[in-house]
Ligand binder design. Structure first.
Ligand SMILES: Nc1ncnc2c1ncn2[C@@H]1O[C@H](COP(=O)(O)OP(=O)(O)O)[C@@H](O)[C@H]1O
Ligand SMILES: [Mg+2]
Length: 358
């Protein structure tokens, strides 16, 4: 087992004579035996970062530690890690056994050793019954496990995954996601997983590192990130739909005002606020808004049934927000309704968009 640490990682690329700074001082501790997800919209440098950990790309500045050793000059094959890429290809013309054996054959390992290693690894991933099958005879989740087995067969204890589920359809993705989490728990390997999908991050991670503007913007366990986002950027990125961000003013530490309404801030939050006056933003998740009670009047613009829940888009004066409800019978389009925004889960951000709670 092994931990990873990134210290002050910088990376720029030259494109058409222009320099693009992708990573601008990434610091990150990846603990041993845990599932760490690096989350960012696409184009933010996730693949670049994970390739730097793997040694496939060289950082311009900064240090990569694997265990307590600096590996800046260690070639990928000596870093004792395994990587599964965005579009992992398992060879369709080979059975599962030969797919997993492939990296060992390249190393010219002895035949009986290969057999032993492949069987061990397949057993670990619970695909030992499938060794003579072709990839076309496997489920998406099983195929993913073959790709992971092939990556791990050389005995790595650090697994790097670059959006490995992005080529599966939605239903398979849910299954493969659950399997991956179970696998990591069972094997206690250190996993670094990069994705733009925040639901994946929430489900899989022990800790989520949000990469933004070339730096780690936030690092926390998924529920803290969801409930207490450290700034409005993180709040607006995590959650689907994301947290509503309502601009207004703090009149005192107990009262937020916007569009002529006063919202009472719950005591638990108000006593922790670092500010008590001035421009502020109230953050509230769509599912934390109570409908049919409260002092705020809103007009319903859109009703979107999502199955178990319904998404409403409503306007309060010039402010538009999302509301999620679980019952629809009282809701009518273009009609007025009452909302209660004084949720125990609300967040207050200061004029710079930073969470105002201590
Ligand atoms: N080899 C390269 N040469 C030039 N630009 C690159 C190279 N690799 C990545 N980039 C650029 O760096 C940025 C980050 O890319 P990438 O790490 O692939 O992001 P992500 O995986 O988050 O989508 C993008 O703007 C991309 O075009
Ligand atoms: Mg990528």
């Amino acid at each position: 087992m092994v931990s990873v640490a990134l210290k002050g990682i910088y990376k720029s690329f030259k494109r058409k004579k222009k320099i693009v700074d992708v990573l601008k001082g990434v610091d990150l501790d990846i603990p041993d035996g845990k599932f760490t997800v690096i989350l960012a919209p696409s184009g933010e440098g996730k693949t670049t970062l994970i390739r730097i950990i793997a040694g496939l790309e060289k950082q311009d500045k900064g240090d990569v530690y694997i265990g307590n050793k600096v590996v800046n000059d260690t070639p990928p094959k000596d870093r004792n890690l395994a990587m599964v890429f965005q579009n992992y290809a398992i060879y369709p013309f080979m059975d599962v056994f030969n797919n997993i054996a492939f990296p060992l054959k390249i190393m010219h390992m002895k035949k009986e050793d290969i057999e032993k290693k492949v069987k061990e690894t397949a057993k670990m991933l619970q695909i030992d019954e499938l060794l003579d099958r072709r990839p076309s005879q496997l489920s998406g989740g099983q195929r993913q496990r073959v790709a992971i087995a092939r990556a791990l067969v050389k005995g790595a204890n650090l697994l790097l995954l670059d959006e490995p589920l992005s080529n599966l359809d939605a239903q398979l993705r849910t299954v493969a996601r659950a399997e991956l989490k179970e696998l990591q728990r069972r094997l206690h390997i250190t996993v670094v997983y990069v994705t733009h999908d925040q639901v994946e991050a929430m489900v899989l991670a022990d800790q989520v590192a949000v990469l933004h503007n070339g730096k780690i913007e936030a690092l926390d366990n998924p529920m803290v990130l969801y409930r207490k986002p450290k700034d409005t950027w993180v709040a607006g990125f995590i959650g689907n739909p994301p947290m509503n961000l309502i601009d207004g003013e703090l009149i005192d530490e107990k009262t937020f005002s916007f569009e002529g309404y006063k919202i009472k801030i719950p005591t638990d939050i108000s006593k922790k606020l670092k500010i008590n006056k001035g421009k502020a933003t109230l953050g509230i998740r769509p599912e934390d808004i109570k409908v049919g009670e409260g002092n705020v009047k809103a007009i319903v613009n859109l009703i979107e049934p999502l199955g178990s829940q319904t998404l409403l888009r409503v306007t309060i004066g010039k402010t538009t927000i999302n509301v999620i409800i679980f019952q629809t019978h009282t809701i009518e389009l273009n009609k007025e309704m009452s909302l209660d925004l004084a949720s125990d889960n609300l967040a207050i951000f200061d004029k710079n968009g930073q969470n105002a709670e201590k």
